[in-house]
Design a protein around this ligand. Structure first.
Ligand SMILES: NC(=O)c1ccc[n+]([C@@H]2O[C@H](COP(=O)([O-])OP(=O)(O)OC[C@H]3O[C@@H](n4cnc5c(N)ncnc54)[C@H](O)[C@@H]3O)[C@@H](O)[C@H]2O)c1
Ligand SMILES: O=P(O)(O)OC[C@H](O)CO
Length: 336
């Protein structure tokens, strides 16, 4: 059986490593801190990032990247977006040409406005045809408990998508394939900004009507910009579009939603991020989303108000007024 390496020992890397190990794959986890690697090996639990889930015996963790990927046919990247380029650079000279890289992070690089697969391709061009993405509505806490979950594997190369579908699929973890790598990544990244918005609404004490409005109009925004970026509209009606939007905007597992709730309740962003101790991808991606909005000349009103609240000192209350008093308009566009 092929070996697997999972890079990133946070909640998602740990949950995916456990999923693969339970399928029988010997799995190595790369942790940046050797103290965390040691803890996973000795305690068989990731207390900080995925408490309460037992790490099987066929998982080994190390802070030595070369050792972790040695003999691994599949390399799963579960690193926060801001670390992907740096880790891809480290992989460049040690990765084996027949391996497949599976990125699982959700975000857009501010400045370059690149999607994660584009960042990886730029740093390791020889991997162009051997990159896949895994995305969809999937909280680590629930995957760790083997609650039924459905996700999508995307790759430009159909055979690669099918191979990675086979790698992950199980009766508890259903995997679909999709060739639309742009749509899958845009949906996964931008839903975090909309989840911040629904969190803010919850923190302000609003109700289910508000949430339904933000999710629905948020999906329109995601599809609008995604289409300009080259995505297939129909991807946004799938698991990595509406599916991930629904779970992230509703679940108390979501760090983005929880951060939004705290903002709506009047807490400061810096304090929230410091207390969270885990990545809140929507904060950085919100900046990138505003840059994308300008680049493609596309209106993204909800994302813009989230940006204004996070970075421009606009109060959540004023952001709501701004959204609710925009010029009246038609609902239906030709995005679907
Ligand atoms: N947690 C989930 O349920 C979930 C589900 C699907 C996708 N994701 C995505 O997976 C990615 C990772 O999220 P997570 O939930 O595991 O995060 P996390 O905050 O739980 O853990 C992040 C891990 O990455 C490490 N790290 C931080 N900066 C790094 C860097 N520059 N280089 C290397 N390692 C670094 C941290 O030390 C930590 O071990 C994110 O893009 C997230 O959106 C998360
Ligand atoms: O906890 P969040 O908000 O980063 O969301 C985690 C996953 O992306 C949900 O699918």
């Amino acid at each position: 059986m092929n070996k697997v390496a999972v890079l990133g020992s946070g909640s998602w890397g740990t949950a995916l490593a456990i999923t693969l190990a339970k399928k029988g794959y010997d799995t190595n986890i790369w942790a940046r801190r050797s103290s965390l690697a040691q803890e996973l090996n000795e305690n068989k639990e990731n207390k900080q990032y995925l408490p309460g889930v037992v790490i099987p015996n066929n998982i080994y963790s190390s802070a030595d990247l070369e050792k972790v990927i040695h003999k691994a046919k599949y390399i799963v990247m579960s690193i926060p977006t801001h670390g992907i380029r740096e880790v891809a650079l480290q992989l460049k000279n040690i990765i084996k040409p027949d391996s497949i890289l599976i990125n699982t992070s959700k975000g857009i690089e501010p400045g370059t406005l690149m999607l994660q697969h584009e960042v990886i391709e730029e740093e390791i061009p020889e991997m162009y045809e051997r990159i896949a993405l895994l995305s969809g509505p999937s909280h680590a806490e629930e995957v760790g408990k083997e609650l039924p979950t459905a996700v999508v594997v995307a790759s430009r190369i159909s055979e690669v998508a099918t191979e990675i579908q086979d790698l992950f699929i199980s009766p508890k973890f259903r995997v679909y394939t999709n060739l639309d790598v742009i749509g899958v990544e845009v949906g996964g990244a931008l839903k975090n900004v909309i989840a911040l918005a629904t969190g803010i609404a919850d923190g302000l004490g609003f109700g289910d009507n508000t949430k339904a409005a933000i999710i629905t109009r948020g999906l329109t925004e995601i599809a609008r910009i995604g289409k300009k970026m080259g995505a297939n509209d129909l991807t946004f009606a799938g698991l990595t579009g509406i599916g991930d939007l629904v779970v992230t905007c509703n679940s108390m597992h979501s760090r983005n939603r929880r951060a939004g709730i705290a903002i709506g309740q009047g807490k400061k962003l810096d304090t929230i991020l410091a207390e969270m101790g885990m990545v809140v991808e929507g904060v950085r991606t919100c900046k990138a989303t505003m840059e994308l909005s300008k680049k493609y000349d596309v209106e993204l009103p909800i994302s813009k108000e989230v940006y204004n609240v996070l970075f421009e000192g606009v109060t959540p209350e004023k952001a709501v007024v701004n959204l609710m008093t925009r010029l009246k308009t038609h609902e239906v566009e030709s995005v679907f």
